[in-house]
Design a protein around this ligand. Sequence first.
Ligand SMILES: Nc1ncnc2c1ncn2[C@@H]1O[C@H](COP(=O)(O)OP(=O)(O)OP(=O)(O)O)[C@@H](O)[C@H]1O
Length: 298
Amino acid sequence: MIAVDRLTKTYGAYKAVDDVSFRCEPGSVTGFLGPNGAGKSTTLRMVCGLTPPSHGSATVNGLPYRDLPNPGREVGVLLDASAQHAGRTGFEVLAVSARILGVDRKHVQALLDRVGLPPEAARRRVGAYSLGMRQRLGLAHALLGDPAVLILDEPANGLDPEGIFWMRGLLREFADRGGTVLLSSHLLREVEVIADHLIVIGRGRIVAQGSKADLLSAAGVRVRSTDPAALRAALDAAGLPTTGAPGGGFSVDADAEAVGRVAAAAGVVLTELRPADGSGLEEMFLQLTAAQSEKVAA
Ligand SMILES: Nc1ncnc2c1ncn2[C@@H]1O[C@H](COP(=O)(O)OP(=O)(O)OP(=O)(O)O)[C@@H](O)[C@H]1O
């Protein structure tokens, strides 16, 4: 169980993380989504006791990370796959950590096999690993203490499609056995497949959170017409707010019949009228990404 309560991080006048609260429950995978620079890593670093919060608090299994007696036994963390000793072999990296955690060394190769690093790969120095191999080693490192909680920052980075598929299976199984998983990504599609819950962050603030089913079944319809201006005017006049959707057309926060009646009354021809089916979340995410890119470019 992870509990984050009003976490805030300021750098000078800049709020990298602003009043962020959420819970991650056992038996579930939570996807922490946001464009580059949104505040994901800073939040995860605060949860793991690596960055002191300016305000707010975070606990893992009821305690601040730094107060956990043997944190590696309770929470597996992968924040930066490249932060491993380049001169050690994969096996040595895990063997050293096993000793610190009090884990029997005989589990090390089995774990490396489990993450797809067989003995010949485990004998190579980490400096020669691809990013995907480092992610696999990082995941093995996170799993080493047999924790009940996993916190992973962009774990799919560098993995090929087969690797991403494999990782999803591993995390799903971990959660199905009662584990708590919190993983970040800047790609909606990447976490949509695996997450039970989604938290969307933009410019340091949470802009949406809830079960994936609720967020993706966002209300409303997608509508497209031969005369978008006339349709928008008619919908506005009927008090049905529209927002532009990617690729043209509009999203309307109303049911299909209401939109169809407005269009018919205005004599506007519709070429598409269908449930939004999560496109609201995608649209919001695209807008967030565009806003963040503008900020970075400014
Ligand atoms: N030590 C720091 N000093 C000043 N600003 C920082 C510091 N760490 C992070 N920031 C800023 O805080 C914001 C959030 O950064 P963060 O790394 O948490 O974003 P992110 O969502 O993880 O992005 P990415 O997907 O690119 O990793 C960014 O604008 C970043 O420049």
